[in-house]
Write a protein of this length. Structure first.
Length: 175
């Protein structure tokens, strides 16, 4: 994760009550040649933290598809985080809907993604796309539609040009 995305998550976390149960979808830490390329897990001290990704790696507790993964036995979280993942999958909308299902009412979904104008990059190492890799920049209208079921969503495309950041709150039972 690059520095702008990290700073957005850090800023949001400082404005929330302490989080108790955090789920990160797309949790594998991808090291890169940018100023910050670490985990956001330390931003949630004292919380139960679960990281899910489709590939083994640093910060991954469970292997699974972020669009369909469910804990066994099923339970919900007060926070779901998904950073720098939605641009790398055609299942971005399903990931957002899964986040809704995995949250308690009143829970928050914190996300960052590559926005309009960001250079395509690999999910493996942040460099150029590799053969067969999926990539698309996420635009504001797409994200607004994906987050509509939450009841409230704040979308930021101004803080870091080329990125899109959001905080969504589950206001009702939803899915």
């Amino acid at each position: 994760m690059h520095e702008g995305a990290y700073k957005f998550v850090a800023r949001v976390v400082t404005q929330l009550e302490p989080r108790k149960q955090v789920l990160e979808l797309g949790s594998r830490t991808v090291a890169g040649n940018w100023p910050y390329s670490g985990s956001i897990r330390p931003l949630f001290p004292g919380s139960e933290y679960v990281g899910v990704d489709i590939a083994h790696g640093e910060n991954v507790d469970f292997l699974g598809d972020a669009a369909t993964w469910r804990p066994e036995p099923f339970r919900q979280f007060d926070t779901v985080v998904c950073t720098e993942t939605l641009e790398h999958t055609p299942e971005a909308e399903r990931i957002c809907h899964n986040a809704l299902a995995l949250l308690h009412v009143g829970g928050v979904f914190i996300l960052t993604a590559a926005g309009v104008g960001r250079t395509p990059h690999s999910a493996v190492d942040g460099q150029g796309l590799r053969p067969g890799e999926y990539y698309r920049n996420v635009n504001r209208e797409q994200l607004r539609q994906w987050l509509a079921p939450f009841g409230f969503a704040m979308i930021d495309t101004a803080s870091t040009p080329g990125d899109i950041y959001a905080l969504a709150v589950k206001l009702g039972p939803g899915t």
